[in-house]
Write a protein that binds this ligand. Sequence first.
Ligand code: RIB
Length: 304
Amino acid sequence: MLHNFGSINLDHIYRVPHLVRPGETLASHDYRVGLGGKGANQSLAMARAGGRVCHWGRLGRQDAWARDTLARAGVDVSRVNLVDEPSGHAIIQVDDRAENAIILFSGANHGFRRTDLNALVASTRPGDWLLTQNECLGLAELIPLADDHGLKIAFNPAPMAEEVLGLPLSRCRLLFVNHSEAAGLTGLALGAGAEALLDALAAQLPAAEVVLTLGSNGAWYQHGAQRRHQPALPVEAVDTTGAGDTFIGYLMAARQAGLGIEACLARATAAAALAVQRPGAAESIPDAEEVDRLLTDPAASPAP
Ligand code: RIB
């Protein structure tokens, strides 16, 4: 079982001709509300991929539909608590070139207390995986607690923030970073190349496996002396929101199924390629059959 300590957000998604500029009032040409949050997206992706995942989260009581959506996909939601607080939400602009800009309100995602973390970790078995991102409070306590309990920790420091640098990252087995997160962790310039970022991460966290995701430039995997590049599939993106989360959920599910890293990267890449061709975050995540079809016949155009 993989346990995912992660955010659940309501995503308010506005399609706009361009991302709004300072001082500008801009009309959107489409608006929808859907399930999001990096944590929820990753759990949903893992379940759609056929993985076993238990989500640890907090959600405003009035938004129970979001928990039901996770449950219908096969996520164990027995540790998603409905609380008398507003849910986390995100205001997302997506422009005509599929670029996005996101404002987050953490809401209930920030309500975990130390006693909650103790109980959650105590409910797990040593050897299980714990996946987490940076949208819930309590990581400085949770990471050592989980490591001491024997959990294997996978961490996606998204969204990147100053506090991440103070976390005990050497206790993480697996790190998922995009370009800017890798630059933030290593202190290298945003213009640094992938190999320089990987060198710096290897020096900083020599025991960790690192997956560096680069959107249309594919993904890198690094562990010890092993370094491998997985090219992205050439697709026309309409919305990249949640594509990184889709990649992570699919990769963790493939790992759980015992696949080697090459196959894990290929499945994750195919899933992300399908996700970027659809609007929304959780709603854009493909199921395992679609991913299988794309892997079998990459030339076949994916279902809309
Ligand atoms: O990674 C995409 C997610 O980031 C969105 O679903 C939004 O909720 C923010 O958390």
